[in-house]
Ligand binder design. Structure first.
Ligand SMILES: [Zn+2]
Length: 317
């Protein structure tokens, strides 16, 4: 059997796996990415990962055809190199991923933005299976986005498409980490939710333990009918609804897939977002639009990277 390597580089861990052309994982592993260290150190971790998986493939008498890598940042898909820098990996700017791995191992390599490969995994094997036009959002400490149009990942002219976190939902609104004002991300990330909830508590002079405040805590309070928590979640859903509706009004997707830590709050949260999207979107678009939770969980990145390797390899040969 011919196999592919998928690697998912994150701020904390480098996840890596051996899989087949259908994106099925044969073996998966993880090691610290040492993301705050030099570019050389991060590449050395990738080299170790590939060596380990090569050994596993040889043990099974399988051949590795190509490598797929997901990484934070905008990545030139043709050259497989980071376009600029990425906040959580300070020394990873302009990293020549494709070139470095191909020179080291002489195996064809493709690299893409991590949110794009997660969207690819959901599209092929997860909540987007069977759909061609897909919008993916990952809600966490930031907001990741991936869009597939006619089964193809939308990368854009500068490989920076689907920056869904930076769609403007409030003209002249609060400042976002990107420098602009009023971005969706400034209102709906986990830290943004916590900050808003904390403000409400303060305003009413209610005592709280800052170390306890996180989104889990807010959802738990809401489930016990605590008014401020319910209000915080309702606002978040309204902001997300406005953002998702704005994107949907342009790309007209069949399905919107919501993943990431905050989405683990469950189906009622997704339903609440859906109700808001309904308020803000064009009726013809909303009619058959499905809004669902992501299904691939923690494996989305490595499965997407395996698929990236497999799909491009067959295109190339
Ligand atoms: Zn922004």
């Amino acid at each position: 059997m011919d196999l592919f390597i998928g690697m998912d580089l994150g701020g904390t861990n480098l996840k890596y796996a051996l899989g087949n052309e259908n994106g099925e994982i044969i073996i998966k592993k993880s090691r610290p990415s040492q993301a705050n260290q030099s570019q050389k150190t991060i590449f050395e971790n990738m080299f170790i990962a590939v060596e380990e998986l090569k050994a596993e493939a040889e043990k099974r008498k399988n051949k590795i055809l190509s490598i797929g890598v997901g990484s934070p940042g905008s990545i030139d898909f043709e050259t497989g190199q980071l376009k600029g820098s990425t906040p959580n990996l300070p020394n990873w700017a302009k990293a020549p991923i494709k070139k470095t791995l191909e020179e080291k191992f002489n195996i064809s390599t493709w690299a893409d933005n991590d949110a794009n490969i997660m969207a690819l995994a959901e599209a092929r094997l997860g909540a987007g299976k069977g759909y061609k036009n897909i919008l993916c959002l990952t809600l966490g400490t930031g907001i990741g986005g991936g869009i597939l149009i006619d089964n193809q990942v939308l990368r854009g002219e500068h490989y920076s498409a689907a920056e869904v976190g930076h769609i403007i939902i409030a003209y002249n609104g609060i400042r976002c980490n990107c420098g602009n004002k009023g971005c969706l991300e400034a209102y709906t990330t986990a830290p943004a939710m916590v900050k808003r909830y904390q403000k409400k508590l303060k305003r009413l002079g209610l005592a709280y333990n800052i170390n306890e405040l996180n989104t889990e805590f807010i959802f738990q309070k809401a489930s016990r009918n605590e008014g401020l928590a319910i209000e915080t979640i309702a606002e978040t859903c309204e902001y997300l609804g406005a953002g998702i509706a704005s994107i949907s009004n342009i790309i007209d997707p069949e399905v919107v897939i919501i993943g990431g830590g905050v989405s683990e709050a469950g189906d009622p949260f997704i339903k609440q977002i859906e109700n808001e999207v309904r308020q803000y979107s064009v009726k013809a678009i909303m009619q058959n639009l499905k809004i669902v939770r992501a299904q691939m969980g923690n494996d989305a990145g490595i499965v997407g990277a395996i698929l990236l390797a497999a799909e491009n390899y067959s295109d190339d040969n």
